[in-house]
Design a protein around this ligand. Structure first.
Ligand code: PGA
Length: 256
């Protein structure tokens, strides 16, 4: 079964890491090592979007933001709009990461509003979902994924551009697996991704088959081959290991 024709996407979420000198060098090294059969994306901190987008322009690696506001401009001190990310050279944006949900109180509803803003600005979005450890232990994982998908994507949202396999990807990121060195078993990842694929079909119909479902949470070169070869896993959202070009490229090389 595998990816059934879906092109793999390996995305690096640099989080709050990277200064001009090392960030630019990291982006250039990723670009230099890119292989043509996989989509690669780097999401540096916003301060580096412009120089990195300029350095990677026309090359094989896309550039994305890590968040955007739900509005395109206005009195929102410290925030960035999707239009600004696009203007800086980004083609993608990560939305609803659990660190945003936890640190900034982002709800599914807010994620939905941001998704509309991203699509209106021409950005493709990676929408993150995932259960906490307590939810997993309570046997709630699949229910949580359904709820987060339904409310973060809300396909019938008024005035929202249609959700397509091209403008949206989903990242399954168990909160307890992020930055912890822990990962679910391959069976658990496979069950979560199969569930998401099926549930997406009820939400968005035929576009679900082509939508990329990434796994994220402690992906590294040692576990990438196993994780990336699970049915319905179409790539990875990588945090810590995306900060070393060698590791990030080794993860990409693990895609079958
Ligand atoms: P990690 O982070 O790879 O460091 O676990 C993944 C993420 O938060 O996207």
């Amino acid at each position: 079964m595998g990816r059934e024709g879906r092109r793999a996407l390996i995305a690096g979420n640099w989080k709050m890491n990277g200064l001009a000198e090392n960030g630019l060098a990291l982006a250039r090294a990723v670009s230099a090592g890119a292989t043509p059969d996989i989509d690669l994306l780097v999401c540096p901190p916003a301060t580096l979007l412009v120089p990195i987008a300029e350095a990677l322009k026309g090359g094989p690696v896309a550039v994305g933001g890590q968040d955007c506001h739900a509005e395109q401009e206005g009195a929102h001190t410290g925030d960035l709009s999707a239009k600004m990310l696009a203007d800086a050279g980004a083609s993608h944006v990560i939305l609803g990461h659990s660190e945003r949900r936890q640190d900034h109180g982002e709800s599914d509803r807010m994620v939905r509003a941001k998704l509309t803003a991203a699509h209106d600005a021409g950005l493709a979005a990676i929408v993150c979902v995932g259960e906490t450890l307590a939810e997993r232990e309570a046997g709630e994982t699949l229910r949580i994924l359904s709820t987060q998908l339904e409310n973060s994507l809300e396909p019938s949202a008024a005035g929202a551009p249609p959700l397509t396999a091209a403008n949206t990807a989903i990242a399954y990121e168990p909160v307890w697996a992020i930055g912890s060195g822990l990962t679910p078993t391959p069976d658990e990842v496979g069950a979560a991704h199969a569930h998401m694929r099926g549930y997406l079909e009820t939400l968005i119909g035929s576009q679900a088959a082509g939508m990329r479902l990434l796994y994220g949470g402690s992906v590294n070169p040692a576990n990438a081959v196993e994780l990336m070869n699970i049915d319905n896993v179409d790539g990875a959202l990588v945090g810590g290991a995306s900060l070393k070009a060698e590791d990030f490229l080794a993860i990409a090389a693990g895609v079958g």
